[in-house]
Design a protein around this ligand. Structure first.
Ligand SMILES: [Zn+2]
Length: 93
């Protein structure tokens, strides 16, 4: 039985949708920036640890509640703006 942070799954699921929005079309999506966005987001959110058995139940029941989806979205947008303002990647120019 494994213990994992369910927030990671929510972040993984929501990030592509947010980056798809018109506002974030210019966001760099290199591995470094994506990982930075995820790390900053997860640091700003309370972790929600579950066992993998619970995880299976949760995905059957239908994901997470709406409030945590909104919280994660807000945290993701803050993280995107932070990374956008000071990207960690090497600029090849
Ligand atoms: Zn980048």
């Amino acid at each position: 039985m494994k213990v994992k942070n369910y927030m990671e799954e929510i972040v993984e699921a929501l990030l592509p949708h947010i980056l798809d929005e018109e506002t974030y079309k210019n966001q760099c999506t290199c591995e470094q920036c994506i990982n930075d966005i995820k790390a900053i987001t997860l640091n700003n959110l309370p972790p929600k640890y579950i066992t993998s058995e619970q995880g299976e139940v949760l995905s059957k029941v239908n994901r997470f509640n709406v409030q945590s989806e909104i919280d994660v979205k807000t945290a993701l947008i803050e993280a995107i703006e932070k990374v956008n303002n000071s990207p960690n990647h090497k600029v090849n120019k």
